[in-house]
Write a protein that binds this ligand. Sequence first.
Ligand code: FER
Length: 279
Amino acid sequence: MEKKIAFLLYVSLGLSQAQSQEILPTIPDYFDIVTADIMKGKVDTIHYPSKTVGNDRTALVYTPPGFTKDAKYSVLYLLHGIGGDEFEWLTNGQPHVILDNLYAGEKLAPMLVVLPNGRAMKNDRAEGNIFDREKVAAFAAFEKDLLTDLIPYIEANYPVYMDREHRAIAGLSMGGGQSLNIGLGNLDKFAWVGGFSSAPNTKPPVELIPDPKAAGKALSLLWVSCGGQDNLIRISQQLHEYLDTNGIPHVYHVEAGGKHDFAVWKKDLFRFSQLLFKP
Ligand code: FER
């Protein structure tokens, strides 16, 4: 996004929650309902060799309506929460339905959406105590799996651009924290970063962005959002305040009345995806 537009958007959204509700486009009732007679995307299941974890790992890949190997696509890596796995978004968020509808309305840039498993350990199922120390640590270990195993696999097997301007990372809760940590920590790899209802795995703002000027210059979009009734909102709020204080353009969106659930994250995907990979 053009810096000036991003900044204006940020300024207007930042003024007040009520105002941000007016300025963001309203969401049609049918945004997550299957529409008959439109072209549909597909969801592939892939198994990629992970040197990081030491086994083959599963991810899903949404390819958009009309996908062809003769074209080239941007990629959004879309991450799940602490109770989820690579199927969480698909099962609970219907991202394929939301995106199909947006493509039918010509609202999206051509992109693949990769749904990885962000718990980078041999048993990566969300079972037992999902808050176990080693399971939480596996969400941090995912950075290496993503950067050195999954992204190279996607780029070797799909017709995608391989530069930062065509690569986005976003996620919900633990996945929001991962997206902010990984995206902002690797600005040479990601120009588009989104945290939805980010969890306490999010690094403190000054660690996330030690060089505000460089980050502000590098980012095409930094999106921070949370439900207004979410117990984790202080994390997004504190990041927003740091971004504000340090003059870093961003979108801050509080979903009025929103809780820590997919009602909020589906709307986040609807809004965030439309901003991606556009001038
Ligand atoms: C915590 C509270 C919530 C935490 C993680 C979460 C690691 C994650 C929630 C989610 O992913 O939905 O204290 O610590």
